[in-house]
Design a protein around this ligand. Structure first.
Ligand code: PMP
Length: 389
């Protein structure tokens, strides 16, 4: 994506951290600020605001293949994940004090599980292991084996935010539900939503978390799907908004923005996927052919939106700032583990010395092949300029 008109030709490859708001989002926000009523007010201004919230709910629930009654707005996927996990624990935990989770979750899933562990829950973390090609991947049976009658929740992400690895969520949840229908299934679909197919029924998910700012809307807005019939106790009490599940006056501009982004992106999911797949394949093939000092960490079958690469002999932070000087924005590992070394790359079998040299190149549909070429040329320059020093 080249943004003109701001005095810069920046290349933005950090879309797994956050995405640029699209025009439809800006328009929706501006309109919602004009129609500034409180959705709970009984007069016309309130009604207009309420209609905006309902419309966005219809669009986003439609994208997930669920009813609008099953979608709740939150302040972001961090809150959605916390609500799902503590909700499951609060509702079933007395009888079923066990949680099964993958070992590569985002901190907003991993940390609530650790907190519950400190409170006496048994938390089983399932690790990836080597397949016949020597790649570390998740096997569905490793999750299913751990689930028993005492398990209140199985939670796993669909697409990993550091490597793009796609986890076998649909198969795990299908098998778990067959064996233990009372065990709840939750999926953090933040890095997959509006990029890969995310349909609640196909995933056999009781709960799904999504986030606005990863889909070209704004930060501070998320959604939690809760299947009809699943009764999660509320964590936030007050005025009874969101049908009593999550009190607090709705942020109409953020909700309208989320709806506008999803509406726009729904129209061309396949087209965008194809374009981003081509970019990812191009990056991968160029590295294999012409850049022996660069390694591709992401496993086969990973989401093309998230590409993890390692540049031998150079540290990611040094590279990141070198690229930034050329207005190329990437991430070192995961943006969410700022300052804290993430264990996720190690889980996927990336050795420590390469993890320290890892960059995350995360695409959006706005990126172009010439930008990939510019990145690769800059990494070659970095190799020449920085390694010899
Ligand atoms: N889960 C995953 C996989 C993520 O990548 C992120 C954002 N980095 C989150 C959850 C948290 O989302 P939010 O920023 O909306 O709280």
């Amino acid at each position: 994506m080249i943004i003109f008109g701001k005095g810069q030709n920046m290349i933005y490859f950090d879309n797994a951290a956050t995405t640029a708001p699209i025009e439809q989002v800006k328009k929706a926000v501006a309109e919602a600020m004009e129609d500034f009523g409180n959705p709970s007010s009984l007069h016309g201004l309130g009604l207009t605001a309420q209609q905006k919230v309902s419309y966005a709910r219809k669009i986003i629930s439609g994208a997930l293949g669920v009813t609008d009654q099953e979608l709740f707005f939150t302040s972001g996927a961090t809150e959605s994940n916390n609500t799902a996990i503590f909700g499951a624990a609060n509702s079933l935990g007395k009888r079923k004090p066990k949680i099964v989770v993958s070992s590569v979750e985002h901190p907003s899933v991993a940390e609530p599980c650790s907190v519950l562990e400190e409170r006496g829950f048994e938390v089983v973390r399932v690790h990836p292991r080597e397949n016949e090609h020597g790649e570390r991947v998740f096997f569905a049976e490793d999750f299913v084996r751990e689930v028993d009658d005492r398990t209140c929740l199985v939670t796993m992400m669909l697409c990993n935010n550091e490597t793009g690895a796609v986890l076998p969520v649909a198969e795990v949840f299908r098998r778990v539900k067959k064996l233990h229908p009372d065990t709840l299934t939750h999926c953090d679909a933040v890095q997959a939503f509006m990029k890969l197919p995310v349909k609640a029924k196909k995933l056999n998910a009781d709960m799904i978390s999504v986030s606005g700012h990863k889909v070209h809307a704004l930060k501070g807005i998320g959604g939690l799907y809760v299947r009809k019939g699943v009764h999660l106790p509320s964590l936030v009490f007050g005025g009874g908004q969101e049908r009593g599940f999550r009190s607090g006056t709705e942020s109409v501009p953020l909700i309208a923005a989320f709806g506008a982004a999803v509406e726009q992106l729904s129209a061309n999911l396949d087209e965008r996927y194809k374009h981003v797949s081509e970019l990812s394949s191009y990056l991968r093939s160029q590295i294999a052919e012409a850049h022996p000092n660069i390694l591709f960490n992401s496993p086969d079958g990973a989401s093309p939106y998230v590409n993890s690469i390692a540049v031998k002999w150079l540290r990611s932070e040094v590279l990141l700032h070198y690229l930034e000087k050329r207005e190329i924005y990437v991430s070192s590992g995961s943006a969410c583990s700022k300052g804290k070394k993430s264990s996720v790359l190690g889980e996927f079998g990336v050795p420590d010395e390469l993890a320290d040299s890892t960059l995350r190149i995360s695409f959006s549909y706005m990126n172009q092949v010439n930008e990939v070429n510019t990145l690769l040329a800059a990494l070659d320059d970095a190799g020449r300029e920085l390694v010899s020093k």
